[in-house]
Design a protein around this ligand. Structure first.
Ligand SMILES: [Zn+2]
Length: 398
């Protein structure tokens, strides 16, 4: 481990001249460094230049490639942007992000809530936040269900997610389909290294919602959900499977991530030189630069031959792609039936006394993939209906 001291200047959102000690695990930087060297040598020696497999660098080009039958191993890399439409704040947005709204916890600086040293002394803010953002209170988005569609069609090799909200699992992806790079709430472990007793989601949920600090039944140490804090290693599964998944990948779909966090961001350079890469995001990301460790995205240069940027919300991008793939009709029918059933259900429960539990259970059992629909008016109607349903359910739960 290397001890690094960072001095933040006056004017940043962190308090003036505050010294923050961050433990940096060397292991986190080895994979990107190796990627950098590999890319550097292959460029220098002129090796491994890629073949152009997309007819055009557009979403339609990607759809045509997917329909050609040559694309059988799709990897998805996803970040907070795919869950914002579910109501989960991302971390870094200036006003609406999680870090900008932590004042009530009286933290020395926003990131402290996910730092091991701070958590050891003050676990309370983390568990208060965990209660606020607890998995199960939010529903998957169209983008999550699009990935489930890829799985159902036998095209999804793996989804690498930076999110800890477990919405991929709620949408129907299984543990084997997922690399939860920054950990998960699904399991928890005793904080004591000599104990490490495992606890499940239900146990942790009960503790968090009763406002108890979860303590180990064996040794009374604090129990922490298995999400990766600053200063912790990423799961072994991440490093093991990335070595086999990425060389086999024949389409990389990157959604809702600004590709700024290593070593996750460097994964984009691990696919073959011929593998097309589609970014669906609110802005371009991952482009070549001094710190990209080689193999960065190239959407616009004269040499661009495989990277496509589709600038939109993740949900809209997935809807547009699904539409181009002709996946609209079947799943659209499913979605409308699902919405209709929800409406009927909600109107029934409004006139009964047994409201809250029924609503929650019904909401959580949603497994059908929603759907690809291109028409803007239909999308708007759909979104409005979703908002109404969500509000009604929330009101009833209160
Ligand atoms: Zn213990």
């Amino acid at each position: 481990m290397i001890q690094v001291s960072i001095f933040f200047k006056k004017g940043s959102f962190i308090e003036m001249n505050k010294v923050v000690n961050i433990q940096v695990d060397v292991c986190l930087f080895l994979p990107p460094l190796v990627d950098f060297l590999r890319n550097l040598f292959s460029r220098f020696l002129g090796l491994g230049s890629g073949e152009k497999v997309l007819d055009e660098l557009t979403l339609d080009g990607v759809a045509q490639y997917m329909k050609s039958g040559k694309c059988k191993n799709i990897l998805c890399m996803v970040g907070a942007g795919i869950s914002t439409s579910a109501g989960i704040p991302d971390f870094r947005s200036p006003e609406t992000g999680l870090y900008a709204n932590l004042q009530k916890y009286n933290l020395p600086y926003p990131e402290a809530i996910f730092q091991m040293d701070y958590f050891k002394e003050h676990p309370e803010p983390f568990f208060a936040l965990a209660k606020e953002l607890y998995p199960g209170q939010f529903k998957p988005t169209i983008c999550h269900y699009f990935m489930k569609l890829l799985k159902d069609k036998g095209l999804l090799r793996r989804c690498y997610t930076q999110n800890i909200d477990t919405l991929e699992r709620v949408a129907g992806l299984e543990a084997d389909d997922l690399i939860e790079a920054h950990g998960t709430f699904y399991t928890s472990h005793c904080f004591s290294f000599s104990c490490r007793k495992e606890y499940n989601l239900d146990w942790m949920k009960e503790k968090i919602f009763s406002d108890d600090i979860p303590k180990c039944e064996k040794c009374q140490s604090v129990v922490k959900p298995d999400i990766v804090f600053f200063g912790e290693n990423l799961p072994d599964r991440f490093f093991t499977l990335m070595k086999t998944d990425f060389p086999q990948c024949d389409l990389l779909i990157i959604m809702g991530t600004s590709l700024q966090v290593q070593p996750f961001a460097s994964l984009v350079s691990r696919v073959s030189k011929s593998c097309p890469r589609l970014l669906i995001n609110m802005e371009k990301a991952g482009q070549s630069g001094i710190m990209d460790f080689g193999g960065g995205m190239d959407f616009d240069s004269d040499k661009a031959y495989r990277d496509v940027a589709y600038i939109s919300t993740c949900d809209d991008g997935c809807l547009a792609l699904a539409d181009l793939l002709g996946w609209k009709v079947t799943h659209c029918a499913c979605l409308w039936w699902e919405l209709l059933l929800k409406y009927i259900f909600i109107y029934i429960v409004l006139f009964t006394d047994k409201i809250t539990k029924c609503c929650t259970e019904k909401g959580e059992t949603k497994t059908t993939a929603p759907t690809p629909q291109k028409d803007d008016k239909t999308k708007e109607n759909l979104n409005n209906r979703r908002k109404i349903i969500k509000k009604i359910i929330q009101l009833k739960e209160i």
